[in-house]
Structure formats: C-alpha cells, structure tokens
Design a protein around this ligand. Sequence first.
Ligand code: FES
Length: 911
Amino acid sequence: MNNYSHRMTLIVADEHHSIRSTPGRRLSEVLRDDLGLKSVKIGCDAGDCGACTVLIDGRQHCACLTPVAQASGREIETVETADPALIGQLQKAFLAHGAAQCGICTPGVLMAAVELLQTNPAPTLAEIEDTLAGVLCRCTGYRKIISAIMAVGTAPERVGPPDVGKAVGHPVPRLDGLRKVDGTEIFGADYAPEGALVVRAVRSPHHHAGFELGDVAAWQEARPGVEAVITAADIQGVNRFGVIPPLADQPAIAEVTARYRGEPVALVVGDPDLVEAMDLSDFPITWTPLAHTLTEAEGGIAGAPQLHETRADNTLIRGRVATGNPDQAMESAAHVASGRFETSYVEHAYIEPEAGSAWLDGDTLVIQACTQAPIMDRDDTAKVLGLPLEQVRIIPSAAGGGFGSKLDLTVQPLLGLAVLKTGKPCRMVFSRSESMRASTKRHPGTLEATIGADESGRIVSMMLHGDFNTGAYASWGPTVATRVPVHASGPYLTPNYRATTRAIHTNGPTAGAFRGFGVPQAAICQEVLYDDLAAKCGIDRLEFRRLNALRDGNAATFGQTLQAVGIEECLDALKPHWDRALAEAAAHNETSPVLKRGIGVASCWYGCGNTALPNPSTIRIGITADGALKLHQGATDIGQGSNTVITQIAADALGVPVGTFELIGPDTALTPDCGKTSASRQTFITGKAAERAGMALRETILRLTNLPGTAEIVLSAGKITVSHGDERREIDLAALPANPFGYVLMAEETYDPPTSALDENGQGIPYAVYGYGAQIAEVEVDMLLGKTRVIRIIAAHDLGRVINPLLAEGQVEGGIAQGLGLALMEEFLPGRTENLHDYLIPTIGDMPEVESIFIEKPDPVGPMGAKGLGEHVLIPTAPAILNAIRHASGARVTKVPALPHRVLAAIKAAQ
Ligand code: FES
C-alpha cells in the first residue's frame, strides 16, 4: 500500500470494515481481495459486462468502475451479504429454472434482480429487461433468467426428484448449481495459494513483427518486486503446442517473430502489488514490423507474407468431400442458384477471461485453471515444459464460459514456466483486452456455392468451396476444414456433391473452435441458396426443405447410410408455426410501410464427436467399504450441464437415485480421460461410457447376490441391499477387499464411437451419431434504418432421447443468442474491437421469445437413445434470420453480421 492510502469504512451486512486503501482503487478489487467476497466477478474492468454488479445503498453499481472511496460509509450488498430471504428465493428460482449455466454472470445478475425486486416484487418483462440491461450473460440467452425472476414470489412449481430408474428425461436441476447461485463456485481467478506471484505477459502490439530483446536483466534489476523475466530461451521442452499434435505450431512464447497482435513475447513474474500495476510498455524490446495479412483473401494469394517456413505456402490444410458427378448433374438441373457469402471473426466473449494458478506439490506441477480439455492441457503443457506427463496435474477450475476457445492452451504453460523458474506458486489472469487479443475466434469464411434442383424441386447437385481464415496458428483449422465439407449439404439428400475447403494462415488472431466448427458459416451459404431455389421452383420454403430432407436409410454425401434421421419431424413440427407466422407477417405488413415483418427458416445437422478420429471417454464408478458411491467424471462442465446429465445416465444404468452419487473431478490425477468438452460429444460419448460403467457395476452387484436384472439396489452405510420380490440379500461391503483406488466394488468403462477414416473423396463414417434441427425466425426490419429486430425464434431439434429437458432448453436458448449475435452484430476487428463496448454481444433486450420443441428420435448408438445438442442449436439461427430479413425487406444479405448499413445496401440492391 503506498503513502497515499487512506483509512475508509465499508459497511457490508451491517458490519463496519475498516480498510486502508488508495481512494481510487477499484471497489471490486477491495471486495474480492480484502474482504474475500469472491462472488464479485471481474469480467472486463470497464463497466461493460456487469459481472461485478453490487448494490450500494440499494442501487446497482459496477464495482469495477467504483473507486473505493465513493463506497466508503455506504451500505454494500453482494450475493454473500444480501437480504437472505430475497436472495434465497432468487437462488431457488434460478436453480429451478436453469437460469445459471456456467454461473460466472450469475452473482451480478442476482444483484441486479435484488435491486429490482426490493422495490417492485412483481416486475414486468420490460422492467426486468431494463434493470438487467447492464449485465451480460453469454450462456443462457437470458430467457431462463427472466422466467426465474418472474417466478419469485409466486407459488413454486413442484418438481420432485425423479424416481429410481427415471432420472433420464427428468428436468433435474443442475447438480452443481448451488455453488453457482451462492457465489462459492471457484473460477480461474478465484483461487491462488498464499503468497502466489503474479504473471504478466508482454505482448506484440503488431500483427506481424520481428523482435529483438534488449537488456532484460538490467530492466529487471531496476524494478524491485520483479522476480523473473521469462523468454522463449527459458523453455526447456518443445516450444510448440497445438490441439492437432502433428500440426502443432504455436510457441508458448514467441521466439524471434510475433505472428499476431497480442502474441506473448516475454513474461514478467513478481510481487502482485508491484507487477500488477507495472507499465510494461518500456520493456526492452525492439520491434521490426513486417508486412501482414488479416483476411483469407489476402493470406491466400501468391506473394502474401508467409507465416510458417515449414509449410509450402499459407495453406494450412484442405478438405474435400465428393460424390457422384456434380458438374454433369448441375448441367441437367432445371433450376440453379449460386452465391458468395462472407462471415467475420467472432469472439467467444465468455464473461470469464482466462485465469488460473499453479504451484509445486513435491515434484508435481499442479495447474488449476479454466479449461475445456484437461488431458490435452496436461500433455501439451508437459511437452512445452519438458516434464514427464506424470509430473503435471491439471485441476480444471470452473469455466466461466468456453464455447470452444478454452480448448486451446492459454495460461497453463505460462504459469508452468513461471513456477518452474521461481519455485514459487504463481497466478495469472488475463485482462479483457488481453483475452480478446490472445484467444481464438470463430473462423471468418468466404464461401461460394451453386446448387441445382430438378423440375420437381429435388436437389440434384451442389458444389461449394470455402476459404477459411485460420489466423496465425493451426489450432482447430484442420477440424473446420474437414467438418465443413461433410456438413455443407445441410440435412438434405444431395446425390451429386463436391465441397472443398482451405484453411489459410493470416496474421489475424488464431481461429479455433467455436460452437459448430465452421458449420454455422457453411449453413448460411447453403440455406440462403435454398431460399433462392425454393423461389425458382415456386415451392414454399419450408416445404422445399421437407421435400429434400434426409430420411432413414439415405446415403449422405460421404457415403454413410444414416439412421434415426429426425429432420423431417423437426420441419413438420414447425409447419403450424410457419403458417401462423406467415399470415401474421402479411397482415402486419399491409399497414406498416416502414417496419416490415419477415419469416425465415433454416435447418441443421451436426455429427457428434471428432471427425473420423478416435475420441474415447472413460468413466469410473466405485463403491467404498462404507457405502459411498463415487462417480469419477472427467468431462469439464463449462455450463452445458455434463455434471448433471452424465450422472443422470449413470444413475439409471446402475438403478439408484441420482442424488446417491458423489461427483469426483475433473482432475487429471483423479479422473480417467473423458476427452475434451467440444463437438457436442459429452452427452453422447461420456454419457455412453457412464451408461456402460453403471450397467457393469449393476451386473457385478447382481452377480454377487445372484438376483435377476430387475432387482432393486439400495446403498446404505456399509452395505448394499438387493431385493427382488420377496427375496432380499445384502452385501457386506466391509467384508470385501479394497482395490488400489480404495473401492470394494468398481466398474470402469470406455466408449469410443465407431467411425472410420475418410478417403481422398471424404467417403467414410465421420461420426456415429448426428443430431438434427430446424428453426423459424420472425423478424422486423426497419426499411429506413436497416435495423433488424428478432421477435421470435421457434426451434425444433431432434436430440434423440432428451436426458434433461430443462438443461436442453437452456442450450437451445443460449445457442440462439449466439446465433443471433453471429447474424446481426458480432464482428471482431483486430486492433479495433478488443473490448466489450466496441465488440457487441446480445444483451437481455436483444433476445427474442424462444419456443423449444424437442423431437425424440432415439439413436440406436447413443446412450439410452441420446444424441447431442450443444452446437446444433446455433447453426440454423443466423441463416433463418437472414432469410427472414430477405422475406421482410427483399435484402439478400451476403456478409454477416447483417449490420444496418449492409441491410440498407442490400435493400437498395434488391430495389
Ligand atoms: Fe451467464 Fe455463463 S451463465 S455467462
């Protein structure tokens, strides 16, 4: 604390806390660090996200923007200290309505709701939207937050726990929900060992530049408190990581060239009080800016600055799927539609910037950080640090959103380097702008396609080429390049087909995984052209899709014979809504010359899991001698609900109440590999492993008691009671020997979906399970301003057996919010939109009504018939909105986001 600090009093829960602080220090920092009120989250330190919302004298404030002196002597309320009756009711409602997913925004949302309900116990929708306008949620799509707030003070809907064997299909509230609503969840920035040093990165201010380090030792010496400066020269292992190991090309710390703006070139480690406030702009480094490219068009031309000497040019990889004779079939087509479409960089904008801490436990490096992929983190971090795998332990903290970006390494190797160099525990928290500069993005794409139909409107051929900007490093570029050609036909029968892709390096941010892996971009191209074709064929747009929908037994463009195809059922479920919406829009438009309504429809399909690659998950369930039942669940729950869904499946497979399980993990030291949380794979693959483990343990128990499969199993202290009719037997658990895991009974099962490699034409079995869906968008377009308001989305999704309808609805609503952002507002521009006031994501006021319709077409492979959902739900939203804009205004928008100037230009072009 410096000489300018003052003594102040903060009043929290009627207690007077005397503190010493500089007057201008952020209140958020004081509440978290001095008073331990960790429910106050830091999302941006700029008043943009509202995660730090607290009440001061009953009114909501962003604690990050409030100098502590302004709060002195005033009553401060946080989730920990708010009126227990009101906050308790809100917390219960949030749990019952599934209003918290990852939970990072939840404390801020709750405090804004407390402000409202204290003076207005029965608020209207408009009042809720008004009060919560300053708090962003990236997961939920806000609808469940609204319904939870409206439910406070009303008679609670009684949904009891499921009966034994009936957990699957039941709206079980999130099992890890309590700590999300009471503010005790531990996110990446919420824990660090006592005395942890802070790690900061010196990052490139240039898109592409050579650099030379100056006298780093002298710089360090002149700065007391700096314990270490770390550069690439300190790296003992292989300074290259990447999610696709053969293509690993990303240095943890750049060596002599920075290839994107924000790339780390050095680390500064030291005393938090000094290093956190340190100006790093005088770090001794000389930059030599180099020519750079930022778009796939620039990066892909001959003579473009080359990023990687190890590659022939800037093409990272190509993808291809081809079948039939698309050229010949196109020539014979009665109707043909063609188009070129562009999409932008999209930022994940999770509310929790990347954060974590690390320490040594003996000779094991322990890293606790937000992640979607603990085993991949362990393997790549060990590689960079030159440590054997068993000397790196990853404990995922709760992830405050991920959506694909937290699959890639962020703080992990940097923390490891700092701990190994200093021998002390360390912590690292990215600032918002650092997060936005350094994290991966959705691939921008330029897609061109031609689709042909015969006289009757049946698709005869499709040809597509997509160039994707994969940025500086490989990351998930190969996945996008291979997944897009597989999916680009949409869920439609396409007998002649050729889809090709390229992932092209540029000096833009590295593009990685983002909900859909390129399929949402491809769906925009295909679905807009389907509207063109429907018009040319003179067929209603929804009927045109139904006519061409894939059906059971059809061969996909990659040769796989498909089963359990639910797209036709999804479109059928939408038909009454389609007819109603079209009639309403027509009636509205007769009397509204400026605000025109339009209706659009689009479909999706999505293969669950890795594309044509092994991706096993392993689940362990054990029973201890005293009768505790433990589920070792290594899948990271980033808000989507795997902790709950996988437990539901395990419970039914074993035949015990869902609440019997104690959840262990994820933790690379305690849980087997459940793979990464991506590609909508956890419910399907880890769920299948859980089903198998539950069934195997049940079989063991029944074998020991020699009772048939329908017997009832009850666990209690030290024993298992198994009953079948009048027969009743007991297993004395204490009499059984414990295995090396400490279990007297245990089952461990692995599931790896049956896929096959794709040949040079992309023929094979890329996925074992597919989910399907279709959405209708109802929009209103201002013909003078070009602004679009989405009024309603009706989403019909075939997710096979619905494991948890409450959580599934949350996925649909959250995915739609992100699809709406992709369609209408989100465009990341390196160097220009590196914060949450220039980069806009949907707020509560942007969200339309959402109606979810679930089609349950059980999958023969998925656990209990389940498919996947997480990524599917985002795919149709943007094309449905674009098609609705066109229906309303005539504007055929070919670049997203459909910002007002683009819509106006398209209206003009149409006129
Ligand atoms: Fe709101 Fe995750 S639940 S940001």
